[in-house]
Design a protein around this ligand. Sequence first.
Ligand code: SF4
Length: 214
Amino acid sequence: MARADAAAKPLSLARPSARLTSVVVETFDQLVAQVRACAACAAELPLGARPVIQVSPTARLLIASQAPGSKVHASGRPFDDASGDRLRDWMGIDAVTFYDAARVATLPMAFCYPGRAAGGDRPPPRACAARWRESLLAAMPEVRLTLLVGSYAQAHVLGPGALTPRVANYRAYGPALFPLPHPSWRSQLWMRRNPWFEAEVLPALRATVAAALR
Ligand code: SF4
């Protein structure tokens, strides 16, 4: 979902990450094309490679999430499922704003559906973030707020640690980062056990998101 008008915009990074040195990447859209063509770990993916990201060089808010689910794999649209409805409600924005790539980017820890495991989806393949994340972040210099959605994104950015105390202590990570639980159906159970999230964190999240997009 990279913006077409970004095609001629030179990348701000002087060169792609070390893992991409065999590829000459001169524009944002060339980088995104490389990502969309990636099949590096397709052999591990039960439905094959279908990278689903939403990026643009003007995005102000970044949703750092886990990995697409099966519905998102089918549609090719980030958070095009019940988790997305919940996340948009938490953020206080509608679908039009959420899918406005000029303002909102979605970059999971892995871009393809990893398949099922007992109790849920498999973890995002680590190779994906190692391969692509650095280059894509460098190509989105306007990002001022990153939502760390779920434990995988938090572990990648913040290191090891428990999710619930991080969410409760969200102020410590501002203004650039905001840790959140993953908005899967399990989050409903988690919210019942942690009522402070709805009472205190969500109003703060909505205000922070609105300020970042203003
Ligand atoms: S998960 Fe990432 S590294 Fe693996 S095939 Fe998809 S885009 Fe490539």
